[in-house]
Design a protein around this ligand. Structure first.
Ligand SMILES: Cc1ncc(COP(=O)(O)O)c(C=O)c1O
Length: 384
């Protein structure tokens, strides 16, 4: 049996009800969304999708008293971010982001930069944190958008979202949050932080299946974005133009319904367990792992030194072996699954000092056992 320490890539295993909900949907549900004759199965699908929207609005803190219409589904956070960047930014506009972003942010912004959008990348410190003062100074000049990854997928550093959101609010600059690593793990309240759009992915901390994700919008910002994809919505079929109302505006084509069935089951599971309880479990495992990592001979650890202000995502190199070989040895000899290399985040590696060699990333999840952490530490000790 594998020891899975790659939960920052995707969480595994999922809670059991997730797979069962997907199976049941395909076996005995299976109707399309708003594209039938109002049969019992049609209504079940309608209820399912409405219920996931409501749960996400509650969970991530949507606007207008968590109005579920302002939850848009997408395939993943990458697609969600692209919807915003390509639907909002036009040549001549100014976008600001940080040096800890994933390529899901950097690549579309680099393309838009080549097309005339002005891009500023604010430097984070070696631990991966953005000093709010730097944003404050940049926003003395005009800007149209600030994009922030809530937590680093490389070394788990969590940004001071409250302070950064406050700076954006004071300057009237819309804030887009990439919550890929934090949704489901840290409490998020889009409405009180006045976030313009929070982008999430369903398959990481939310413990749902791949192919699910989306956006929680502030209504006025949703009105300012053009949809990336237009087409059939199952509504207003007499109109040849894309509806302006949400959720239809951004949701054309048949959605990932089995995925949404799985995501609903995951949200129910998380609500029953309590995200604080899940987070504490992961923090305990992270703390155990970090203590052991610090004691390894010849180890370089990147990011924050302690557990404060971070997720249990750790990046390291050993003097004895390059990180690719290390990941191979762990997998082959002990069945320990990790992720070496650059983690789709070259700028983040430059920021923490691990570019171009990359690092080995270890990311325990809520289903790991303490013995698995200890075994991994034993294996690393041998390899070090
Ligand atoms: C911070 C961050 N942003 C974006 C992504 C992309 O996520 P997805 O592949 O689900 O779109 C990831 C995934 O690793 C991430 O950690």
């Amino acid at each position: 049996m594998a020891i899975y320490l790659n939960n920052a890539a995707t969480t595994w295993p999922k809670p059991e009800p997730v797979a069962k909900a997907m199976y049941d949907f395909l076996l005995s549900g299976g109707a399309n969304l708003a594209r039938g004759s109002a049969s019992r199965r049609d209504l079940q699908t309608l209820d399912l999708v409405g219920d996931v929207r409501e749960r996400l609005a509650r969970f991530l803190g949507g606007h207008e008293k968590a109005d579920p219409r302002y939850v848009t589904f997408a395939l993943n956070v990458t697609e969600a971010l692209n919807v915003i960047f390509k639907g909002f930014l036009r040549p001549g506009m100014k976008v600001v982001t940080t040096s800890m972003e994933h390529n899901a942010v950097i690549r579309p912004l680099r393309r838009l930069e080549a097309e005339g959008v002005e891009l500023t990348i604010l430097p984070c410190d070696k631990t991966g944190r953005l000093e709010p003062r730097l944003l404050q100074e940049r926003l003395r000049e005009p800007a149209d958008l600030f994009v922030l990854s809530h937590a680093s997928n490389l070394c788990g550093t969590v940004q001071d979202l409250e302070s950064l959101a406050e700076v954006c609010r004071r300057h009237g600059v819309p804030l887009v949050v990439d919550a890929a690593q934090t949704a489901g793990l840290l409490p998020l309240d889009v409405a009180s932080l006045d976030v313009a759009a929070l982008c999430f992915t369903g398959h990481k901390g939310l413990l749902g299946p791949q192919g699910t994700g989306g956006i929680v919008w502030r209504p006025d910002f949703a009105q300012k974005c053009r949809p990336l994809v237009e087409g059939g919505t199952g509504s207003r079929s007499h109109e040849e133009r894309q509806p302006e109302m949400l959720p239809d505006k951004f949701e054309s084509g048949t959605p990932n319904l089995p995925g949404l069935a799985g995501l609903r089951a995951a949200l129910v599971w998380l609500e029953e367990e309590g995200i604080e309880a899940v987070r504490l479990r992961e923090e305990r495992l992270g703390s155990r792992l970090l203590d052991g990592l610090k004691a390894l001979p010849g180890v370089t650890l990147y990011g924050l030194a302690g557990m404060e202000g971070r997720l249990p995502v750790f990046a390291l190199n050993l003097k004895s072996l390059d990180n690719g070989t290390l990941a191979g040895e762990l997998a082959e000899r002990w069945g320990i699954e990790t992720r070496p290399g650059l983690h789709c985040a070259p700028l983040a590696h430059r920021t923490v000092g691990s570019f171009p060699e990359g690092a080995l990333r270890l990311s325990p999840g809520c289903f790991n056992a303490e013995e698995e952490i200890d075994l991994c530490l034993e294996a690393l000790k041998k390899l070090a």
